[in-house]
Write a protein that binds this ligand. Sequence first.
Ligand SMILES: Cc1cc2nc3c(=O)[nH]c(=O)nc-3n(C[C@H](O)[C@H](O)[C@H](O)COP(=O)(O)OP(=O)(O)OC[C@H]3O[C@@H](n4cnc5c(N)ncnc54)[C@H](O)[C@@H]3O)c2cc1C
Length: 462
Amino acid sequence: MTPDRIPLPRPRDGAVGRAVTAALACVTVLVVVVVLWVSAGGMAALGADGTGLVTAARLTGLVASDLLLLQVLAMARVPWVERAWGQDRLARIHRLLGFTSCWLMAAHVVLVVAGYAVSTGTGVLAQLADLVVRYPGMLLAVAGTALLVLVVALSVRAARRRVRYENWHLLHLYAYLGVGLALPHQLWNGAHFVTSPAATVYWWTLWGCAAAALLAFRVGRPLWLSRRHRLTVGEVRHEASDVYSVYLPGRRLDRLAARPGQFLTWRLRTGRGWSRAHPFSLSEAPRADRLRFTFRSAGDDGGRLAGATPGTAVLIEGPFGTLTEGRRRGERVLLMAAGIGITPMRALLEGMRYADRELTLIYRARSADELVLRDEIDAIAAERGAQVIYLPGPPPTGRASWLTAELAERYADHEALTHLVPELAGRDVFLCGPPPWMAAARAALRAAGVPARQVHDERFGW
Ligand SMILES: Cc1cc2nc3c(=O)[nH]c(=O)nc-3n(C[C@H](O)[C@H](O)[C@H](O)COP(=O)(O)OP(=O)(O)OC[C@H]3O[C@@H](n4cnc5c(N)ncnc54)[C@H](O)[C@@H]3O)c2cc1C
């Protein structure tokens, strides 16, 4: 048994400070391009005549490009930024920046063509053809724009659902080519750059840093980590119907500094399809000699991963994710998991610091057979003095709920929470499961008086 009262961790791991600094950096980058535009007489030239339209086109083009840059940086896996925002939030920011930048890019094209057409008294199509043919870098820019529009169109949820994830992800990588092709025309034609060496140096430096960050953190660091830790598949254990645990021995894993609640992106070198990466949370507290993840083999690649043989080499990216003890604010904790969302909770149950009877785990599943890792959970709970509530059973029909149908007949969602968990409002709540279930649980927590800042979640999909 761990001692009754243990010193609690200092709340927060500086994530707020990092998030604010990152946000300020983004705003600064945007302010600089606006200052560039204003200092080149942008404001003064604004108007409905040709010059005015072209000036507005320059601003939309600059800001669109800046947002593209921030979009690239958001997914560059820069550890400092990852720790500040978490990958799921960064993926949502990336998406928002992508759509906003695309609309600004469209406005840029329309305004610049209309502006020159008005100034020269030429038809719009003739003007467009003239710009593309006569100005340096414009053919590249057209190809780049087409690629970016394709990637944005495929990222619309309705379209994304129709494309296999792997194919969508592959096509998504063309966005980098699109950005690369769109960039040169800015420097060769952009009034702000052809007239200002300082602006040109600033712009190239910005993009150079973004490219360097991508190479360093999306290619260099994963290769270096994979080589340093030499993870291999030690064993694949069948946990339940379509759920498997993969045990991965490796070297000096304590230096990976992974924390319970975090995930890594794994590539198992099983032969054909090995380059497909998958994020899986650690399903036990990280150890110096091995890591473990547990996954539901429901999708395309499940069979390949479940069939991995001992000795298979593994490439890793990470650790990522902010669903860790660092987000905690108080002494008492509630872990809430549904389905395969149990994996980070199982790791937190083992690795989090808490005193006797100060942690409760609620584990929801459609049936008792789907309650995986149960023996381990019971053993840890008995040793650490944690309370575990298993809630197997189908959900109610006709209303969103985090409860079983049977419990939902007796309690409203928030009532069940206050009934099951003592001193609920003062607890930090860690949440993981299918998005609709998480939304219902969050609503119940709010209705039960748990402040939003005490609810921490991780989505298994972005
Ligand atoms: C932060 C995080 C932690 C996760 N932890 C676990 C876990 O511990 N156990 C578990 O079973 N599952 C976990 N998942 C979900 C898991 O990554 C997907 O179910 C898995 O990658 C599906 O691959 P597939 O080939 O079997 O299915 P597919 O049929 O290829 O994909 C099914 C769906 O899974 C998602 N997906 C597939 N590949 C990826 C990818 N590389 N990145 C992001 N999403 C992807 C897509 O939304 C896709 O529509 C986690 C996901 C995230 C984002």
